[in-house]
Design a protein around this ligand. Structure first.
Ligand code: ADP
Ligand code: MG
Length: 305
């Protein structure tokens, strides 16, 4: 069995003269969480619909779960939460999942166990018999997620899964994503909540005007910065001048300084700094190398020409 769950080669979608997705090359490995990021209008939803076979590419190729794009049989092995969910307001959560489950080929006996389990996972166990019309937007989003994972798909595609959720809801979804990953699922998701993405994703691609601006493993993309935060209980003159000698710039907070931000010549100098502080009588409490956040990477990529 192939270890690549999604692969595209120069996948392109043009609407009239505008390229919504332009020569997209993606490779998503089985069992990973992949963050598909980009500003509004970058082409994420269009690309997702090409993966699902509901939008036909203008050019390029792609495979999902080893099958060429557009093949309908593969759709049952994918779970999908659309960006905009539409529900029948007069159905209960239970009835809706029953109908969706039958559509994806699950038998009634399977569903009678699977539905309560899934509602439990998304935090809606006590709302099974309530009509969807009475649900808040956040609850509808949870139900959409339940629908996406109900049939235990191998690949789960989530287009903005947490946009309507409160902080607790986001945590539920985050835990769920990590639990699904542990079970061997592959997740492909798009979210603007970059701190959440940072906590769940192994790899990301940042899309800009239909093209991939950067992609790779998160830990390779987020640069270790040349800055360290230092906290001391006590600082000495000698430690201070050693610090100045070893670094490019020292910023101090408070009198006498308790916290310092130090710009190093190189990230490699960190142990040297720690030793110099201690040997010169400073009582060191913390020394924390700073790493770029995903949000900083995103802004850096999107704002660059
Ligand atoms: N059906 C359509 N007809 C014409 N243009 C479209 C259509 N769907 C999307 N677009 C355009 O394609 C671009 C990408 O849209 P979309 O894929 O929704 O971006 P994202 O999901 O990243 O916000 C936008 O400029 C959008 O206006
Ligand atoms: Mg979108």
């Amino acid at each position: 069995m192939s270890d690549i769950v999604i692969e595209t080669r120069r996948l392109t979608k043009r609407f009239r003269s505008r390229y919504a997705v332009d020569s997209l090359d993606l490779r998503v490995e089985r069992g990973t969480v992949f963050g598909f990021l980009g500003p509004n209008g970058a082409g994420k939803t269009t690309a997702i619909h090409m993966l699902l076979g509901s939008v036909r590419p203008t050019a390029g190729l792609g495979w999902v779960l080893g099958r060429p794009l557009g093949e309908t049989a593969v759709r049952r092995r994918i779970g999908f939460l659309p960006e905009k969910t539409t529900f029948y307001p007069f159905l209960t959560a239970q009835e809706f999942l029953q109908a969706m489950g039958e559509l994806s080929g699950l038998r009634r006996v399977e569903l009678s166990a699977r539905i309560p389990e899934t509602l439990q996972l998304v935090g809606l166990a006590d709302r099974a018999r309530d009509r969807i019309g009475s649900f808040s937007r956040g609850m509808q989003q949870r139900l959409g997620l339940a629908q996406a994972i109900l049939h235990a798909p191998e690949l789960i595609i989530l287009d903005e899964p947490t946009s309507a959720l409160d902080p607790l809801g986001r945590r539920t979804v985050r835990d769920l994503i990590l639990a699904l990953k542990r079970e061997g699922c592959t997740l492909f998701l798009n979210s603007h909540l970059l701190s959440e993405v940072e906590m769940t994703c192994d790899e990301v691609a940042i899309l800009k005007k239909g093209r991939v601006a950067v992609s790779g493993r998160l830990q390779d993309l987020l640069q270790v910065q040349q800055t360290v935060e230092i906290e001391v209980e006590e600082m000495t003159e000698a430690a201070m001048s050693a610090l100045r000698r070893l670094s490019l710039k020292v910023k101090m907070y408070g009198m006498p300084p308790r916290r310092l931000t130090v710009l190093l010549r190189s990230a490699e100098d960190t142990p040297e700094i720690a030793r110099a502080l201690v040997e010169n009588g400073a009582r060191l409490r913390a020394l924390i190398p700073q790493r770029e956040t995903l949000e900083e990477l995103f802004v850096r990529v999107i704002e660059s020409e």
